[in-house]
Write a protein that binds this ligand. Structure first.
Ligand SMILES: NC(=O)c1ccc[n+]([C@@H]2O[C@H](COP(=O)([O-])OP(=O)(O)OC[C@H]3O[C@@H](n4cnc5c(N)ncnc54)[C@H](OP(=O)(O)O)[C@@H]3O)[C@@H](O)[C@H]2O)c1
Length: 207
C-alpha cells in the first residue's frame, strides 16, 4: 500500500522501517524537511522520502497521523479529498488536545467529514513499535478502535506486518477515548510507576 506518515518524530520514525520491510511504499509528510526530527528520520529510515504533507497525502492509500494531537487542526486542510483513503490516528491527547475536540480522531473525523478514520498505534511506546517482539513472548499486541470496520482490518494488517502479535478491536468510535486512556495506562506503568519503557501489553486467552 502507499502510506503517508504525517510527522517524522519518535512514532513516525518507529513505524516506518517495519512498513517498508513488509513491502509498503512509505513517505513522511513533514512541515519542515530541515527540522532536527526530519533530519534524524531521514537517517534512520533512508528508504522513506521526506515530502510535504500535501504531497505525501495526495499519493497515499493510508495516512498515519503521528504528530501532536492539536496539529490535526492544521493538517486536515492540507490533505485534500480523503474520502477514498484511510486515516489512522496514532496520537494521544495527554497534555494537549485539538480544542474543541476531545481527541485528534474526533477532530479529523469532523473536519474531513470522512468515515474512514480509525485509532491505532497509540497504545504503546515508540520503542515497541520499532521492535514489537519480546523474546519468549513473540509479538506484543496492538489495539484499534473506530466505526470503520474495513479501516480497522487494514490497520490490523499493518500492525501484523510490522510484527505485532495481534491487533485487538477495541470497538467503535465510542471506544476511541477509552483506547487513549489505555495508552495512559501504559504511560502510567512505564513512566509514572517507573517500570521503564520496555514493557508491553499482550492479551492471553484461556482455551
Ligand atoms: N512517543 C511515544 O512513545 C508515543 C506512543 C504512542 C503515541 N504517541 C503519540 O504520537 C504523537 C507523536 O509523538 P512523538 O513522540 O512521535 O512526537 P515527536 O517525536 O515530538 O514528533 C512529532 C512530529 O510531529 C511533527 N509536527 C508537530 N507539529 C506539527 C504540525 N503542526 N504540522 C505538521 N507536523 C507537525 C513534528 O515536526 P517538527 O520536526 O517540524 O517539529 C515531528 O515530526 C503524539 O500525539 C503522542 O501522544 C507517542
Amino acid at each position: 500500500m502507499k502510506i503517508a506518515i504525517l510527522g517524522s518524530g519518535n512514532v513516525g520514525s518507529a513505524l516506518a522501517p517495519g512498513l517498508v520491510r513488509s513491502g509498503h511504499s512509505v513517505s513522511f509528510g513533514v512541515r519542515d524537511a530541515a527540522s532536527a526530527k526530519s533530519l534524524k528520520a531521514g537517517t534512520l529510515a533512508s528508504a522513506v522520502p521526506l515530502r510535504t504533507v500535501p504531497e505525501a497525502s495526495a499519493d497515499a492509500d493510508v495516512i498515519i497521523v503521528t504528530t501532536p494531537p492539536e496539529a490535526a487542526l492544521s493538517l486536515v486542510p492540507q490533505l485534500g479529498d480523503v474520502r477514498s483513503k484511510l486515516i489512522i490516528d496514532a496520537t494521544n491527547s495527554v497534555r494537549t488536545r485539538p480544542e474543541p475536540y476531545p481527541t485528534a480522531f474526533h477532530a479529523i473525523k469532523a473536519l474531513t467529514k470522512s468515515e474512514g478514520v480509525v485509532k491505532c498505534f497509540n497504545s504503546t511506546g515508540f520503542e515497541n513499535m520499532l521492535n514489537p517482539t519480546y523474546p519468549g513472548f513473540g509479538g506484543i499486541d496492538m489495539f484499534c478502535a473506530g466505526n470503520d470496520k474495513k479501516g480497522k482490518q487494514v490497520a490490523r494488517q499493518l500492525a501484523l506486518d510490522i510484527g505485532f502479535g495481534e491487533c485487538w478491536d477495541f470497538g467503535g468510535d465510542d471506544k476511541v477515548e477509552l483506547l487513549e486512556k489505555f495508552a495512559l495506562s501504559w504511560i502510567n506503568l512505564a513512566i509514572l510507576q517507573g517500570h521503564g519503557r520496555g514493557i508491553a501489553f499482550k492479551v492471553i486467552k484461556r482455551s
